[in-house]
Each structure stands twice: as structure tokens, then as C-alpha cells.
Design a protein around this ligand. Structure first.
Ligand code: HXC
Length: 515
């Protein structure tokens, strides 16, 4: 009888919709968490979700697992739209065996990822999982390997975004880490390779879940989290905002948005943001806000390595990636974390056809044994590599100090930057005047009758000769010295001029970035 078959089908469908059952849904809500299905509803345009593999179950019999079968098997997968744009997604379902990853769960996730890569649309992962399902042992571990493999295959082809909303333990953290952006929800998300119990056993350290692997720890200290959301609603807003700036895949440009901000808008106050005394700090973000359309700047990694600022803005409706030194933090010096942060951002922009604008005011790479011994050479050079590798339009503006290696690293001309501008306030030199004179004139100063007076005179001479943009402009290293008020129109005109940039490199398997 057909009607029996339909009844049976509807019964299974209802059961699948209930995931791990009412008790588990209640317990999920009591933990202050939404269910996977509620999260999907929150993220996608209404009515746009189509589920795949809703009736998948595990086929495992050890540890009485045959009695613990639930449709979906701990992860919900499918596709839908976000503001009209297609995405594939997978959402771990904590109500089913703690959202643990089984062989079937991994097959579902990688199937969704395969679809996303083939059709060329972003893939979103919503994480709330106890990690590898212990009962399935090697099958579960192999499942994770397969997900990592797919993360790598998708990398640079489609954007991959992680919304981390619950636990993410053990090797399970590495899949999110291989995606382009991680948003963690404060107080709900935790990510760690080994949990507090293991830390206590091995090291005798007492540490809470949140302190060890909570959203704030990863946003401030490790840099694993690009964004911290106050709650799940804000988390989904972050996903939507991110998508609004980036293309569907590596063959497309980012969406163009009508912003109605005058491309010729001048700002005569820009020059007043930077103090006369170049040793005084100022907030580089004020300059960024002034330049971008409608003063909207979407900052990424806001709490991590604050001595460099990265994020998206729009110029005449087109997405740009902005990298800028932040004199408010460590005087804008480059260190290990800021080099990693900026290098990864530049590489993302390059993967997805987003021009890079660099604003420079940095006294150099951070000195000291801590930085040297922790590998500032290894990490600092990643930034150089990333700029050299990027073939998207690259535009640099030197605003203040641009000294030594940091001048080079921050999108200097010979890293393949297309347009290099400087404000009249720019100072481009191997070293700051004081440091330069100390090295060049050490003996002379030491033997002078009045060493302080001589030093001051030499420093003033050096400053007058080199602490300006005109020597660089005379060599064409700076294409143009611009009136700060005109920064926005200058950038927009340059972006238009570079819109059809093509740059072909010698084909190779891949470069060997100094990791
Ligand atoms: C099997 C698991 C599980 C796991 C949780 N559960 N983790 N089942 N394998 N890894 C089950 C619980 O037994 C429970 O089942 C249900 O999921 C919900 O878990 P609770 O502990 O009740 O929830 P909660 O108190 O919220 O704690 C969640 C948790 C905790 C923080 C995730 O369960 C936990 O610490 N789990 C272990 C995490 C872990 O070490 N995973 C392995 C990491 S190694 P019932 O039936 O009671 O509801 C790994 C290797 C990957 O992932 C390697 C890749 C390279």
C-alpha cells in the first residue's frame, strides 16, 4: 500500500527532525544553546534550507551502539541561501551523542564540502561537538582526516567559515583552524587540543575551560578566533556580514554594493589625526574610517596583535582589504603575531580577488631576545612572502614612519605593489634619525667637546635630509606624494585604473612559504 509507505516515510522524517529527542533538546536549551536546526534557521534566508542525508545513521555495533541510532547521526548538512547567495553548510548536532563525529558524520560533511567546491559557493561549519566519537575509534579519526583533506582542497577555492558555538575538542579544532575565518561565541564556545583535565595531569596546572580555550582567549592570545560574538544571534550576523564582502569563489570578484558615498569626498581633517610629534601615538582606525565608504570598516582579528589592523571596507562600492599599522599599540612595530595576522589576511585577499590597501606608520620590526628567539625572522618573513605572492591590485600609502625592514614588508614598491603613495608627513629611512646618527657618527659624537649638541645637530640634519617622502619620490619608489585630504579619491581612482590588472607568474606546484 502506497499510503503505508508514505506514513512510514513521514514518521521517519518527523523522527529525523527531532534529532536526539525532546530531552536532549531541552538539555541543549538549558545549557543556553540553540539546537543545530534553530541555528540553521537563524543563519539562512527563511525557507531556503534543503537538508541532505537526513536519514543517514551509523552502522556500528560495538559498545551497544546499535541501540543508539539517531537519524542524522550527529550532524545536519545541506544547502540554502544567505541574503540570496547560496551556501552549503554542516551543523554539528549536540543532541545526538554530543555531536560527536562518526564515520557517517564525516561522510556527510565531506559530501557537502564536495558540492560546495563543485558549484563554487562558500561552506559554513557550525561547531558544537564532543569531537571524535570514542566508540567508533579509528573510523572516527579517519573521518576527521577526510575533513581536513577536504578543508585543504577547498582552501583558496571557496570561502570556508566556522561558527564555533559549543565545545570543539582534540583534533577537531584543526578543521576550524584550516578554514578562513573562525567566529567563537563568548562563554559557549571552547576550543583546545587537550582539555583542562589533561593539562592538570600532565602539567599540574589548574585552568578553566574558558580560560584555556574560550572565545576571549582565542581572540586575544592565540589568534585562532577572528571574531568574538556575544551570543549565537551575533555570531550568525558576523557570518552574514563577512559574506557580504567576499565573493562566492576564487573565480569571481566580491559583490559590488551601491554605497552612495561620494567617490570624490575629501577630508581636510585627515592631516590633523596624526600628531606633529611623530613619537606620539594616534588611532590609525580614524584614518581608515574617514577613507572608506560611509565610514564602515569591518575589522578582523580586532583583539589579536593590535599593533596591526586588518579588515574589509568598501571604496566606491568595491571591497578592499585594508592592512594598517596601529601606532596606538606597540608604536605600530611589527612583531611575530602581527606579521602572522597580516600575512594570513593578505593571502586571503589574494585568493579571493580582493585588492589590498596598506597604510604605513611603523618604526620597524620589534627588537629583543623574546622576539628573536621566538622566531621573528621566520614569522616576519611570512609578511614579505604574502605581499610578494599576492597578484591582486596592491596600493600602499605611507602616512608616517616607514623604517627599515618594516618599510619593505608593508607593501613597498619592490614587493610588486602597483601604486605607492606618501603623505608629506611620511618618513622613509633605514632607521629613525636618532638611531641612524648613533650608528653612523658614534666615534665623532664620543670625541666631540659637546657630544649632545653635535648629536642634536646631526639628528636634525638627518631628519631634514631623509625623514620625508621626497628622496623615495625622486627614485620613483613613491609614485606620488599626495595631499592627505585627497586620500579617498586617490585610492578610488587607483583601484579603477587597476581593476583589470593581470599578472601571470611561472606555473609551479606551490611556493614554499616559510611557515
Ligand atoms: C562519545 C561522547 C563524546 C565522545 C561526549 N560524548 N563526548 N561520546 N565520544 N568524544 C557524549 C557523552 O557521553 C554524552 O552522552 C553526550 O555526548 C553529551 O556529553 P556531556 O558530557 O553530557 O555534555 P557536556 O557536559 O556539555 O560536555 C561536553 C563535552 C564533554 C565538553 C564535549 O562531553 C567532553 O569533554 N567530551 C569529551 C571530549 C573529548 O575528549 N573528545 C575526544 C577528543 S579527541 P549521553 O548519552 O550521556 O548523552 C578527538 C580526536 C580527533 O577528537 C582527532 C583528529 C585528528
Amino acid at each position: 500500500m502506497h499510503s503505508d509507505k508514505i506514513k512510514n516515510f513521514l514518521h521517519k522524517k518527523r523522527e529525523a527532525n527531532q534529532s536526539g529527542g525532546q530531552d536532549k533538546i531541552l538539555s541543549q536549551h538549558e545549557k543556553g544553546k540553540l539546537t543545530a536546526r534553530e541555528r540553521i534557521d537563524l543563519l539562512l534566508d527563511e525557507g531556503s534550507f534543503t537538508e541532505i542525508d537526513a536519514l543517514a545513521t551509523h552502522h556500528y555495533h560495538e559498545f551497544d551502539m546499535q541501540d543508539k541510532k539517531f537519524f542524522g547521526d550527529g550532524v545536519i548538512t545541506g544547502y540554502g541561501n544567505i541574503n540570496g547567495r547560496q551556501v552549503f553548510l554542516f551543523a554539528y548536532d549536540f543532541t545526538v551523542l554530543g555531536g560527536t563525529l562518526s564515520e557517517m558524520g564525516a561522510k556527510k560533511i565531506t559530501k557537502a564540502m564536495d558540492h560546495a567546491v563543485r558549484v563554487g559557493c562558500p561552506v559554513i561549519g557550525i561547531i558544537d561537538s564532543g569531537g571524535a566519537r570514542i566508540q567508533e575509534g579509528i573510523l572516527s579519526l579517519d573521518g576527521f582526516s577526510d575533513i581536513f583533506y577536504h578543508n585543504q582542497l577547498a582552501s583558496g577555492v571557496i570561502p570556508q567559515i566556522t561558527a564555533s558555538i559549543g565545545p570543539s575538542a582534540g583534533g577537531a579544532v584543526y578543521s576550524p583552524a584550516m578554514t578562513d575565518f573562525v567566529i567563537m561565541v563568548d562563554k559557549l564556545a571552547t576550543m583546545f587540543v587537550t582539555g583542562p583535565e589533561v593539562v592538570k595531569t600532565v602539567l599540574g596546572e589548574e585552568v578553566s575551560f574558558d580560560e584555556l580555550g574560550g572565545a576571549m582567549s582565542h581572540a586575544k592570545n592565540s589568534g585562532v578566533a577572528h571574531f568574538v560574538a556575544k551570543n549565537e544571534y551575533q555570531c550568525m550576523d558576523y557570518v552574514k556580514t563577512l559574506l557580504s564582502y567576499i565573493p562566492q569563489n576564487n573565480t569571481e570578484g566580491p559583490p559590488i554594493v551601491l554605497t552612495n558615498d561620494d567617490p570624490n569626498r575629501l577630508d581636510s581633517n585627515l592631516i590633523n589625526i596624526i600628531p606633529e610629534n611623530s613619537l606620539q601615538p594616534y588611532d590609525m582606525k580614524e584614518i581608515i574610517y574617514s577613507i572608506v565608504d560611509n565610514h564602515v570598516f569591518f575589522e578582523i582579528h580586532e583583539l589579536f596583535a593590535q599593533n596591526i589592523v586588518v579588515g574589509f571596507g568598501r571604496l566606491n562600492g568595491r571591497t578592499v582589504g585594508i592592512v594598517a599599522n596601529q601606532p596606538m599599540s606597540l608604536a605600530g612595530a611589527l612583531d611575530i603575531d602581527s606579521s602572522n595576522k597580516a600575512a594570513r589576511f593578505v593571502r586571503f585577499c589574494d585568493c579571493f580577488n580582493i585588492p589590498v590597501i596598506t597604510l604605513v606608520d611603523t618604526p620597524g620590526y620589534m627588537p629583543g631576545t623574546n622576539q628573536e628567539h621566538s622566531g621573528i625572522i621566520r614569522h616576519g618573513s611570512k609578511l614579505l612572502y604574502a605581499y610578494c605572492e599576492a597578484t591582486v591590485p596592491k596600493i600602499t600609502i605611507i602616512i608616517g614612519k616607514a623604517y627599515g625592514g618594516a618599510y619593505i614588508a608593508m607593501g613597498s614598491k619592490n614587493l610588486g605593489t602597483d601604486m605607492n603613495y606618501a603623505w608629506p608627513t611620511a618618513q622613509i629611512a633605514v632607521l629613525g634619525s636618532e638611531a641612524a646618527v648613533k650608528i653612523m657618527n658614534r666615534k665623532e659624537i664620543a670625541s666631540a667637546k659637546d657630544p649632545e649638541a653635535l648629536k642634536k645637530q646631526l639628528v636634525d640634519n638627518f631628519t631634514e635630509k631623509f625623514a620625508n617622502p621626497y628622496v623615495a619620490a625622486s627614485y620613483g619608489t613613491i609614485d606620488s606624494v599626495i595631499d592627505p585630504a585627497e586620500t579617498r579619491p586617490v585610492l578610488i581612482r587607483a583601484l579603477e585604473a587597476l581593476a583589470n590588472k593581470r599578472e601571470k607568474r611561472i606555473p609551479r606546484k606551490h611556493g614554499n612559504i616559510n611557515l
